[in-house]
Design a protein around this ligand. Structure first.
Ligand SMILES: [Zn+2]
Length: 60
């Protein structure tokens, strides 16, 4: 069973959180919705945060 969940490509500017839909476009803002999860926006942010929390952990 495949999941056809798509996510609004403009969620970072249009929404407070990722908007998921089964359609080709976001039901809220009408922007393109793409299959699969991670937003092409700034993966560095979350990775950075992830890394920082890892660092913090290893130091404690
Ligand atoms: Zn949207």
């Amino acid at each position: 069973m495949k999941s056809d969940i798509r996510v609004c490509t403009a969620w970072k500017s249009e929404h407070a959180r990722p908007v998921y839909t089964l359609d080709n476009t976001c039901p809220d803002c009408g922007a393109e919705a793409v299959n699969s999860v991670p937003a092409p926006f700034s993966p560095e942010d979350s990775y950075g945060e992830y890394r920082r929390s890892l660092k913090r952990r290893s130091r404690e």
